[in-house]
Design a protein. Structure first.
Length: 336
């Protein structure tokens, strides 16, 4: 397979390494933004397999000819590059967690479905792995009512800057069949993460709820929160006061799914910990390979909408080092 990767940040680099570890990929073309060229292609794998280019419309369109898939690991480039990939019949996977990027990709659903091309929006740690956890947990319930996502940590600098801004933006939550606007950085909730510490988490402007409601229309509530300190919240309207970590530290994602099975209220909590950039890279690369093999549903959507067999994908991710934990409980009556 010939793979195309746009973006050479922390998540893009991890995605490239994951792709090159697969025997299915024979060539990887890495596109960088002007001024952000990949200086050492051999840093991510065999130099004979990696070709680095500066992102330009003509070069990108030429590379699409004969490509098996595209991974988009750079923000604010989604719609144009995705439309070119759809026109060429090439599947695309985007890791951006910016709501504007996700909405732009979802708007291409009809075009992608007609062309028979899968376009995966939000294929990182959250959204992405969070949607996969939710999809797997929902499969064991007869009725799903609520899904709540919480995260700890960030990937590379672009991810850190996005989270910083998202804490100060207006948040849309799904509540009783309608979108409700909330203040970013509000709604403190103490969250215990699997195999990690507890942290105060707050509302954040992330597209998890949008993708979850699209995948599971019967949901009554869907929320997204991120761990943050008091300084994070009070300075979210300012530029970041110090340079972000080049790849972030250990993070975690937790998904709480609530519903009913056999008339009994059920709560399923599933999560994982690790470096967010590594988790996002594993998810993006695995989804791209699945798309190239025709194992995703055609159209534009999140992981929960396009993955046919979430259990199989989770097992594959486990073989690449993902260690997920699950807690399941039941109540005689629903407390929600």
């Amino acid at each position: 397979m010939r793979a195309l990767l746009v973006g050479t940040g922390a998540v893009g680099t991890r995605s490239a390494r994951q792709l090159l570890s697969s025997s299915l990929v024979s060539e990887l073309i890495v596109f960088s933004r002007p001024g952000h060229a990949l200086r050492r292609p051999n840093a991510i794998g065999s130099p004979e397999m990696v070709k680095a280019e500066e992102l330009a419309p003509k070069a990108y369109e030429l590379a699409l000819s004969g490509a098996s898939f595209v991974i988009l690991a750079a923000p604010r480039l989604g719609a144009g590059l995705a439309r070119a990939a759809i026109d060429a019949g090439v599947p695309l996977v985007s890791v951006s967690d910016d709501p504007a990027d996700v909405r732009a990709l979802l708007a291409l659903n009809d075009v992608a479905a007609r062309r028979g091309v899968p376009v995966v929006a939000g294929a990182g740690m959250a959204p992405g792995l969070s949607c996969l956890f939710a999809s797997w947990a929902v499969a064991g319930l007869e009725e799903v009512m609520e899904v709540h996502v919480a995260t700890l940590g960030t990937g590379g600098p672009a991810c850190a800057r996005r989270r910083h801004a998202a804490l100060g933006e207006v948040v849309e939550e799904w509540s009783d069949g309608a979108w409700v606007r909330k203040v970013g950085g509000s709604g403190r909730e103490l969250v215990w993460f699997p195999d990690g510490p507890s942290a105060d988490c707050y509302r954040v402007n992330r597209p998890d709820a949008t993708l979850l409601v699209r995948a599971f229309p019967s949901l009554r509530r869907a929320t997204s929160r991120a761990a943050a300190s008091r300084r994070d919240r009070t300075t979210s309207w300012l530029p970041m006061l110090r340079r972000p970590h080049p790849e972030g530290t250990v993070g975690a994602v937790r998904v709480d799914v609530r519903g009913r099975r056999a008339g009994v209220a059920q709560s399923v909590v599933i999560g994982a910990s690790g470096r967010p950039a590594v988790l996002a890279g594993i998810v993006a690369a695995s989804l791209a390979l699945k798309a190239a093999q025709g194992e995703l549903i055609a159209g534009a959507g999140g992981v929960g909408s396009l993955v046919k067999r979430p259990g199989e994908l989770l097992a594959e991710l486990a073989s690449h080092g993902l260690r997920a934990m699950k807690f399941e409980g039941a109540h005689a009556t629903a407390p929600w």
